[in-house]
Design a protein. Structure first.
Length: 187
């Protein structure tokens, strides 16, 4: 990977300082008066289009957990728009008086990443459908363990050695990763 040609720490400090130095307007009680940062017309149109498409997906989605996540993402996307716009302003890449289409597109990309991650997690959970005993064993196992330690944890939780070895084998790449011969890492 190519190393940056500038001091990343100093640049990050400059960006954060610029954001923290923004003046806030206060009222007579010294309470902060929120500032309104509107969307450009094209940015608003794009955001509404994405939200509408996500609502259509929600209407067809049978998994209530995913529906809840998707509904939250519609709200989070608006927050992402503001964060991205202000970060771009702090980097001298955009203004701070309106949220533009570039920030909306980047916010949508971020929300879509979280959406895809949620689908992957839900798919894994559905595939796994762990029993209470299996969940107790996975929880009790340390982050890194050897076969013998795993067998001991399994037996403490009422699972036979052979059953544990089958459980371990069937969940490689899902719950566990083999780091070397007889050694595993929980994912």
């Amino acid at each position: 990977m190519k190393q940056p040609t500038f001091d990343v720490g100093a640049e990050w400090q400059r960006i954060l300082s610029r954001l923290m130095e923004l003046e806030c307007t206060v009222d007579e009680n010294n309470d902060i008066i929120p500032a309104t940062i509107p969307f450009t017309d094209e940015a608003m149109t794009r955001l509404f289009e994405w939200q509408h498409n996500l609502s259509d997906i929600c209407d067809r989605e049978p998994n209530e957990t995913l529906v809840g996540i998707y509904c939250k993402l519609q709200i989070y996307a608006i927050r992402f728009c503001l964060i991205i716009q202000m970060a771009r302003w702090a980097c001298n890449d955009a203004g701070k008086d309106m949220i533009d289409l570039i920030s909306v597109e980047r916010a949508i990309s971020l929300a879509e990443y979280f959406k895809e991650s949620a689908v992957k997690v839900q798919t894994i959970l559905k595939e796994l459908s762990l029993t209470a005993q299996q969940l107790a064993i996975v929880t009790a196992l340390p982050q890194e363990f050897e076969t013998g330690g795993g067998i001991a944890v399994a037996m403490e939780n009422g699972m036979a050695e052979r059953t544990f070895m089958e459980f371990l084998k069937n969940n490689l790449g899902k719950l566990f990763q083999k780091s070397s011969h007889g050694k595993y890492i929980k994912l």
